[in-house]
Write a protein that binds this ligand. Structure first.
Ligand code: ADP
Length: 512
């Protein structure tokens, strides 16, 4: 026999006479499922397993029933309102009202008078089953929502984790600069690289579903993995030093060109090194080696830390998996780093594996990436950012953030331009008429008059006589469209590097 769904099970308790037998025969005869219970304890047990409706004889509702069934009913979850049909002994009107009052602890209660008519019993039970099915359906919806909320919370937690790494490096690098009183290129490099990493993360976040479903787009181009590895290891020196772990790179001489996304590859290395440091102890060692072998770049992160049991070597790459040990818990983390590593390495056409001689014996994580074909090898070093022979231009910056205005001014003056500033839309327009700029850089989220409106009014007043550049945190394709429709010549999404600003202004210079 097929077991009925819990939302269809009719529980029957009528301990005296043949009532239970008769009622269940009637229900079964109508194609409904009826389960005859022996006593209150039995009812409570079956209720826990799930039921559509309880049909119970009034004489069975003694104190024990109130303790057992009443208790269960009082503690039903919010989606549940179990229908209870009480088959009464005496059908007089007065007794009805009193009985209803007395049995109100049964909640969703209906009194059925004896003698019970078959058709009545079948139709009220059918109707109760229907209502109960809706309740179970609501429960499913609630459970699905709960799972979604849980997944979102986990995602947010992962996000915090992912944002903290670059932020940590930036804060430390700035501290070093502050204490030294001067900025060395090394620290500036860290800040620049990690800021880029942050903005890439924010880009991905704007499309949350893309990231959660693993659809991260790679920006691949020829990359020298030896250089990148050196840089990534350097970026991890401060956390390693803080943990008292020595971190060393062993990079074999020669080029190791791969076709990859440098930000993501750096993320892979940072994650592996971060783990090797984290799952270690003070005085421990981490060695990152890079060599080529059989057409592959082979990157190894070796540590002499807590190691991994054989059973965990594959499992650690699964989402949210953390090896269950009190020690590991204290190390924080969300069990996502290695999932990220595996996804990213696989997307690059590579493989990653974990090896360990066992708990306490250290671990080695090996990443293999295909070497780039000769045509895809990295080009020579990039041209330096500032181009001194720029024609000085009058640039007006309209931005409500004093910090943004100030750095925009420094950057533009560094590029050789003359700069005027305004902090909101109306004063920006006023300044545009007074200063007569050739280029206006406008933030979109301005108080009062937003950047689109400022652009519209300047265009209306000056035609195409000035270059309008939107510099904004809104970076979706729609935002770009809207900016162009409002009259902007160009839409730049924050953060913008000096080089991008220089190119943007030069692009509209008729002399170039
Ligand atoms: P997290 O470090 O945030 O917990 P990961 O996905 O990076 O998440 O790692 C998953 C688990 O694999 C860790 O919780 C840890 O138990 C184990 N693990 C990762 N790297 C190492 C390592 N180098 N040595 C020992 N165990 C490791």
């Amino acid at each position: 026999m097929i077991r009925p769904h819990r939302s269809e099970r009719v529980l029957v308790l009528a301990p005296i006479g043949r009532d239970a037998e008769v009622a269940s025969a009637v229900l079964r005869g109508a194609g409904l499922s009826a389960l005859v219970c022996r006593d209150i304890g039995d009812v409570v047990q079956e209720l826990r397993a799930g039921a559509a409706v309880l049909v119970i004889a009034q004489e069975a509702l003694a104190d024990a029933a109130r303790d057992g069934i009443g208790e269960w009913i009082a503690h039903q979850p919010p989606w549940s309102d179990l229908p209870v049909f009480v088959v009464t002994g005496n059908p007089s009107r007065l007794d009805h009202a009193r009985t209803l009052r007395q049995l109100s602890w049964l909640g969703n209660l209906l009194l059925l008078d004896r003698p019970l008519r078959r058709a009545t019993l079948v139709s009220v039970v059918r109707s109760a089953i229907r209502a109960r099915q809706r309740q179970y359906a609501a429960r499913e919806v609630l459970a699905a929502r709960e799972r979604e909320v849980e997944a979102r919370d986990q995602f947010l937690a992962m996000l915090g984790h992912e944002l903290r790494n670059p932020l940590g490096a930036i804060v430390l690098a700035l501290d070093v600069i502050d204490r030294r009183g001067t900025a060395e290129p090394r620290q500036l490099d860290v800040v620049r690289r990690q800021s880029r990493q942050l903005s890439r993360l924010v880009d991905d976040l704007l499309d949350v579903s893309r990231v959660t479903s693993g659809k991260i787009a790679l920006h691949r181009h020829p990359v020298e993995l030896a250089v990148l590895t050196g840089r990534a290891v350097e970026a991890m020196q401060p956390p390693a030093a803080a943990a008292g772990v020595s971190l060393r790179a062993e990079i074999a001489p020669g080029e190791v060109p791969v076709l990859g996304d440098p930000v993501r590859l750096e993320q892979v290395i940072a994650n592996l090194v971060g783990n090797a440091v984290k799952y270690n102890r003070p005085g421990g060692h981490v060695v990152v080696s890079l060599e080529t072998s059989g057409g592959d770049a082979v990157l190894r992160v070796r540590d002499d830390g807590i190691g991994l049991a054989e059973a965990d070597l594959e499992r650690v790459f699964d989402t949210f998996v953390q090896v269950d040990s009190g020690l590991d818990r204290a190390r924080g983390g969300l069990g996502l780093g290695l999932t990220l590593v595996k996804t990213l390495v696989t997307m690059h056409g590579g493989q990653v594996r974990a090896d360990s001689a066992g708990a306490g014996k250290g671990s080695t994580f090996t990443v293999r990436l295909p070497l780039a074909a000769p045509a895809d090898r990295p080009a020579g070093p990039r041209r330096d950012a500032a181009a001194p022979e720029v024609r000085p231009r009058r640039v007006l910056v309209i931005d409500d953030s004093p910090d943004n205005r100030e750095v925009a001014q420094s950057a533009l003056e560094m590029l050789g331009h003359k700069v005027s500033l305004a902090g909101d839309g109306p004063s920006g327009i006023e300044e545009a008429f007074r200063y007569d700029p050739e280029v206006v850089v406008i933030d979109i989220g301005l108080p009062g008059l937003d950047g689109y409106e400022v652009a519209r009014r300047l265009r209306a007043a000056r035609g195409r006589g000035m270059v309008l550049i939107a510099l904004t945190g809104y970076g979706q394709p729609d935002d770009r469209q809207r900016a162009l429709a409002a009259g902007f010549d160009l839409h730049l999404t924050k953060p913008v590097e000096i080089e991008a600003l220089r190119r943007a202004i030069e692009r509209f210079d008729p002399g170039v």
